[in-house]
Design a binder for this molecule. Structure first.
Ligand SMILES: *Cc1c(COP(=O)(O)O)cnc(C)c1O
Length: 375
């Protein structure tokens, strides 16, 4: 059986180091707001290239905290509109509505699965104050055109970097920056299945804005920058010392792991040959995709998934129900987003992770190439 994602195998590579740091923390007896979180925050700043990292409990909280801080600072107000891709994972949208802001759903480009930047300008109203871009499936969503639009309308750009930690954007002048360091602030997730996965929940905000950073730091700790003095009505959203220590171990290997994912993606792209399947479109720069998910499309998605399951290959659908069709957002259920709906009907994610064996990738390719739907 080929698993969709084998976390046991991924973490087994680093088991000795992980067990050692866990033992150190148990012996020391200091579990929150300590040296390990501070160290990881510094290492993550160095990695991303951003001035500030604020560790928190998970990726959703990272996004919630960014928006909440903008509200505390008077940059955003209840009811303001935030543009967000209609096909994102629900967490991006939950962060917006949780802060009583209004998500404005914009269709993705079917070629990139990312926000269609050419549709952004027409979605802007006088209430629009921010754009939340999502580097979906590990692919960078950015363009110099987006920066121009944001500047023209004074919009904040917030990155949902949950799926793309380690990816780059290459500018026209040949310089590059990591995702998480492109907009005003970014939410990063270290959910175990993400490219940089903790052994439990955790997340982080990255930003170059010092005032935003200190506001978020206070908000994540009951709204307090000084013990028992509460400036804001905050949350409790902190990263554990033990998760920070695990992440410091795993961060060292992230670029190498992402490169293995890219090699698997290359192999899929070169060798899957089936007329009924549309492969993901390659990026101009290979570093602009950390291949969090390898998503193919076919009109006969459910049949293909059944066929692969029967042949002991696990696949997943990201995602089966778009946000506007969810019960949680009943007010949007009658809206129509044809491209988003098409993706949700046709997308299938193949296994892709750093500890996959070559033979496993080969087996998947051979099975897919043999598949034919006779509808
Ligand atoms: C995983 C994910 C999140 C949320 O991260 P958690 O750590 O699970 O809270 C947000 N947005 C996207 C696009 C994600 O994939």
């Amino acid at each position: 059986m080929i698993k969709f994602l084998d976390l046991q195998k991924i973490n087994a590579q680093y088991a000795d180091e992980l067990k050692q740091v866990a033992a150190e923390i148990i012996d020391k007896g200091w579990f929150l707001l300590g040296e390990r979180v501070k160290l990881f925050e510094q290492q993550f700043c160095d990695f991303i290239g951003a001035k500030h990292t604020i560790a928190c409990a998970n990726g959703l909280d990272a996004l919630r905290l960014i928006l909440k801080a903008h509200i505390e600072l008077g940059v955003l107000q209840e009811g303001d509109e935030v543009i967000v891709p209609a096909n994102t994972y629900i967490a991006s949208i939950l962060a917006i509505t949780d802060n009583r802001l209004k998500p404005v759903l914009v269709e993705p480009d079917i070629k990139t699965f990312n926000l269609d930047i050419s549709l952004v300008e027409q979605a802007i109203t006088p209430k629009t104050k921010a754009i939340m871009i999502v580097h979906l499936y590990g692919r960078t969503c950015w363009s110099e055109e987006l920066e121009v639009i944001a500047k023209k309308y004074s919009l904040k750009i917030i990155e949902d970097n949950a799926q793309a930690v380690g990816a780059y954007y290459h500018f026209n002048d040949d310089t590059k920056k990591r995702t998480g360091n492109l907009g005003n602030a970014a939410g990063n997730s270290f959910y175990p299945g993400k490219n940089l996965g903790a052994l439990g929940d955790s997340g982080a905000v990255t930003t170059n804005d010092e005032q935003l950073a200190s506001t978020i730091r206070a908000l994540a700790n009951y709204g307090s920058a000084e013990k028992y003095v509460n400036k804001y009505q905050g949350l409790n959203s902190r990263m554990d010392e033990i998760q920070a220590a695990f992440l410091s171990v795993k961060l060292k290997y992230l670029d190498a792991e992402n490169e293995i994912r890219r090699k698997i993606a290359d192999y899929y792209l070169e060798n899957i040959k089936n007329e009924q399947i549309i492969l993901p479109y390659p990026t101009a720069h290979r570093e602009s995709n950390v291949q969090h998910l390898f998503v193919i499309r076919t009109k006969y998605r459910d049949e293909l998934q059944k066929y692969l399951t029967k042949n002991d290959i696990q696949t997943l659908i990201h995602y089966p129900i778009p946000p506007h069709k969810q019960k949680a957002y009943a007010e949007w259920n009658s809206l129509s987003f044809p491209i988003t709906e098409k993706i949700h009907d046709e997308a299938l994610s193949l296994p892709i992770y750093s500890s996959m064996e070559n033979e496993e990738v080969l087996t998947i390719v051979n099975l897919i190439n043999k598949w034919k739907n006779d509808h």
